[in-house]
Write a protein that binds this ligand. Structure first.
Ligand code: G3H
Ligand code: ZN
Length: 283
């Protein structure tokens, strides 16, 4: 069933677990995520980035996501990932997304608060949940590129002010992760997660979570992370399976035969994440 993001994340916040938010770009990816969620009895968030919407079209993503959610036996939210402008967010709300992210992290604090409040006024009026980002997460997520030197950790005092002034539903924080493939091992600032959680007491979101060691994810969840964004790990599982299949079957030209194993490989990765995050069995 299609539910709002806050419906899923409020339970995660209360009961100390996290829900995976997985990026979708086509039908096979949507199916892999929903099948994994049903097989582990897990709530789940399907999310589309602006790049994903440009690739597939907002109508296709919305139709696929809503159909998958309606057919699913587990709670599913359809979320806009890293929406950077007001009009884009409104377009997603109009197409039936049940959760949106307004990423105003490129602005100074007051500018970020202003654009977040503007989105929340409309989104909350129509029952759509909102995620915002405070601090700057490094790395590359589709067309959003933040140089490592420009990445800044979230300030706990600013987070408190931000949450009080905007009434945001869940907050993405910068605590040492980055988008894309890591060069070394990411070092998370656990103390910062703990402090922010104590100060804001709302669901917290971890971006750039692919490639983060399992122990670090477990600790981050125990300290208050409730939404975990995963894209790169899924891309790798999908494309590696395609490469392997074509290496073994170079003459095969059937897209179903090529994409089928890719979908299955992605599904296995998602199921492992659901167990790790603690969302398995929570639907
Ligand atoms: O918003 C999406 C993510 O933060 C995904 O990051 O590609 O590093 O898993 P990732
Ligand atoms: Zn992200």
């Amino acid at each position: 069933m299609l539910v709002t993001g806050i419906e899923i994340l409020q339970d995660a916040h209360k009961n100390n677990y996290a829900v995976g938010a997985f990026n979708v770009n086509n039908m096979e990816i949507v199916q892999a995520i929903i099948e994994a969620a049903e097989e582990t009895n897990s709530p789940v968030i399907l999310q589309a980035s602006q790049g994903g919407l440009k690739y597939a079209g907002v109508e296709y993503i919305a139709a696929l996501g809503k159909l998958a959610a309606e057919k699913a036996k587990v709670p599913v939210a359809l979320h806009l990932d890293h929406g950077t402008d007001f009009d884009q967010v409104m377009l997603c709300i109009r197409h039936g997304f049940s959760s949106v992210m307004i990423d105003g992290s490129r602005f100074e604090l007051e500018g970020n608060i202003a654009i977040t409040k503007k989105v929340i006024e409309v989104a909350h009026a129509v029952g759509v949940s909102v995620e915002a980002e405070l601090g700057k997460i490094g790395g590359t997520e589709d067309d959003i590129v933040v140089d490592e030197r420009d990445a800044t950790f979230t300030d706990p005092k600013e987070a408190k002010k931000f949450v009080e002034e905007t009434n945001v539903d869940y907050l993405a924080i910068a605590v040492g992760t980055a988008h894309g493939v890591y060069k070394g091992e990411p070092k998370l600032d656990f103390e910062r997660i703990k402090t922010i959680k104590e100060m804001v007491n709302i669901p917290l979101v971890l971006h750039g979570s692919s490639g983060v060691p399992k122990e670090a994810i477990e600790k981050a969840v125990s300290l208050g992370i409730n939404k975990i964004n995963i894209d790169t790990d899924l891309r790798m599982a999908f494309s590696n399976a395609i490469k392997d299949f074509l290496k073994e079957n170079p003459d095969n030209i059937d897209p179903r035969k090529i994409l089928g194993p890719a979908k299955e490989a992605m599904k296995e990765v998602i199921k492992e994440k659901m167990e790790l995050f603690g969302s398995a069995g929570r639907a």
